[in-house]
Write a protein that binds this ligand. Sequence first.
Ligand code: ADP
Length: 485
Amino acid sequence: MANTQSLPNVQTKLFIDGKWVEGSREKRAVINPATGEELVKISQGGKEEVHQAIEAAKKAFPIWSGMELKERVAIMHKMADLVEENTDRLALIMTLEQGKPFKEAKGEIKTNVDNLHWNAEEARRVYGETIPAPNNHKYEVKKQPVGVVGAITPWNFPSNMIVRKISPAIAAGCTVVLKPAGNTPLSAIALFELFEKAGLPNGVANLVMGRASDIGEVFAESKDIRKLTFTGSTEVGQMLYEQSGKTLKKMSLELGGHAPFIVFKDAPIKQTVDTLVAMKFRNNGQACTAPNRIFVEEAIKKEFTETLVEAVEKVTVGNGLDDVMVGPLINEDARETIDAQIADAKEKGAEVLIGGGRLNEGEYEKGFFYQPTVLDKVTTEMDIFYNETFGPVIPLIGFTNEEEVIELANDSVFGLASYVFTKDMRIAEKISTALEYGMVGVNNTGVSQSEAPFGGVKYSGLGRENGKYGVEEFMEVKFVHTTYF
Ligand code: ADP
């Protein structure tokens, strides 16, 4: 694909109660991070529009939750089918506004399709319970949708983060108001166009763009929003949790991560390096599950490091519409954060084995590109050891025994994804039990699956997405005790 492709025709407005409406605030430009160019200006709403969207969702709730289950499920499968048919269009829009390679963007749309079908089916498996009770009594547990959901999503997976929230919510029978990230509203809009086409009733899913703090505040303070689901930084998650205290709503928070990637001496080096490189450079390291601290057993560290540097040399960077492995970072702030982490590490004794700076010249001149980087001799003195790296930097740390590496890996406020590579199942079992993380990949990095719970502990958040757990997050449990006269 040539990198001159332009933005397909796409809505630029808010979507409230089944209508595309102009927002009352000044429009906001969407920038292509590979070229620095403006793609389009997007309508922005204020608090009034958020209230209108909540009202629409409230009105739609009895209709949607009361709809014949088969009909609800059919609409969701139709949504999945339309997303699948429009894979190229959705992926192109994503690459243009977010920067990730087109092939990767297509992968994200494929995940959407899988999530939508899976959650559609899960709607049929929201089982209640009967509990043994005294004679003439019945103890019954019913599961019921919580009501209106507020959802806030980030820019790094601008399409799937939305589907991952909306599909279990509507499967449960909830209605939703979504605020996408300011940098990437087009992926949200393009999905909503398809949801409308699929026949999702008015008000079931509403889309509001606008100032994040205004929308967050209305969501948090609204008594009608019974559940707030957020993916983003720990800082904003903590603030939303606090703001929501007064209205005591259910919360799901998918926050930052700082994944350890632990390699024992018996792991196959080439295969492990390839897995690391694929996961680390996915989305240019801008993922909360990105391996961020690579612990390698000293016995193989030299060979592992050489193999890694050779692999990183081959990583191609460029406009995501070209055939490259890695696109730009999302914006200039992202480059500054990475510059600062590398400078701090170097000052404290880290060695740059490859990369270590920005890509600024020629085809890279206008975008937010960065060199794929490997840092050796990283220690706990350095900022990069403790703070999330949202970029293409691989920090290496040596270790000599199991206890030491468990302690180092758990020395983090975060607890989202973690990875361990070994052929020794005793070690794998021991480490995966000891890691204070919500997810562990043993000899793989596939921690995000439609069927399985995704989420973290500690400062990485609350609640789980995906799997049966994902739908349960949008349900209340009701106990009904019946006595027979
Ligand atoms: P990231 O580092 O991924 O951009 P953020 O937490 O800043 O993480 O952003 C994630 C989402 O949270 C985005 O949709 C963003 O607009 C939104 N957001 C940022 N600040 C606030 C806020 N004060 N209240 C509610 N949402 C916010």
